[in-house]
Design a protein around this ligand. Sequence first.
Ligand SMILES: C[S@@+](CC[C@H](N)C(=O)[O-])C[C@H]1O[C@@H](n2cnc3c(N)ncnc32)[C@H](O)[C@@H]1O
Length: 379
Amino acid sequence: MSDDDYDSLAEYYENEIQATEQSDEPTPLKILDETTILDEPLDTILLEVYKRGETTLPEVTSRIDIPQAKVKRYLGELRLQGYLGVEYHGGDKYYFVKSRWETEEFPSGPVIPLVYQYNLLSDEQRLSAIKEAIDEHVSPGDIVTDLGAGVGVLSYLASERAEKVYAVEMDREVYEKGREIMTSHGIDNVEYIRGDARDVDLPEQVDVVMCEMLDTALAAELQVPVMNYAVDELCKADSTVIPAEAKTSAKLIQSDYEFYGGTFRLPHFEEYGSRESESFSDETVYHHVRFDEQNAELVEQQITMTATSAGTVNGMQLNTDVRFGDGLDFVGASPWLDAPLNLPFDTEYSVEPGQELTVKLSYQLGGGLNNITYEVVDS
Ligand SMILES: C[S@@+](CC[C@H](N)C(=O)[O-])C[C@H]1O[C@@H](n2cnc3c(N)ncnc32)[C@H](O)[C@@H]1O
């Protein structure tokens, strides 16, 4: 079927729906949904790129009655919003529609749906620590970006002083709500961009990067991959980053895994009324990153923990502390930030004070909780 067979956009939609319904293949992209927040001519241009798979600026222009310079600007806008990616073949730039925005693509679950955003706002300890860093480090006239903006609370706080804030959010519903909230407050210096913070293009370099994609051990959310990208692509030489640094430690614990006579040895966050574990060692810091630097995305460590009291240990607990701005204190877990993560061992170990236990731990930062592997290698 050639593109000329499509007399109208409506016919194109119809054919797409039919083709999808008849095919066993997964839909390559929910493009019909995606276009709903795009105005003409962006949606027509997006469909042109989608129909061709990969295409160049001259090709798109030849099919649309719009001057090439404008098409170029619209393609740039679609790219900025995260709909299009580019690749270079033989020196030519090819545009393609980025596939799949569904959360299945992110098994680690870094997308935080709208229903949880209120909970994030309600965590006063988390937000007051970030606000302190914003008050301290965002100066009048600054260009700021808020990566993983959610419904825009950090952008809102920064907008009072910053000249411009680029708020980047991947989830459509969250993005739309954030944009609506900024508009309803009459805030016109926050520009919401729907896109992936790992490769978003901004129109200018920024003075301050804010990014709260933190989680315990930085294992599930994309803090490190996003900040690695931001440091290389979005920052000036002397940009400030919020948060500034994070350190993760491990300690020996005993958790209670007995429920109604059964043993359920499961990794878990110690939060929301879950049973409290007992500590059997001090914390050993095994991972420390500054977010204004490039950081390795693989953690591979042998961690030795020394028992401080006698007893039986059956797991270890990971804790992440964050310093949101240079000169501020580290903050630990709060209801929606870095809850202690308890990882059970396969077996129990009797320990005496001074006895060492070594665990081999490895995971990809941002690779999801399921990618954490660990084993006791010496006891
Ligand atoms: C922990 S929330 C923080 C929201 C807000 N900044 C705050 O502090 O309340 C992280 C946000 O990042 C978004 N997110 C996750 N991965 C993303 C990505 N690759 N690109 C853009 N946003 C992303 C999530 O949907 C979520 O809204």
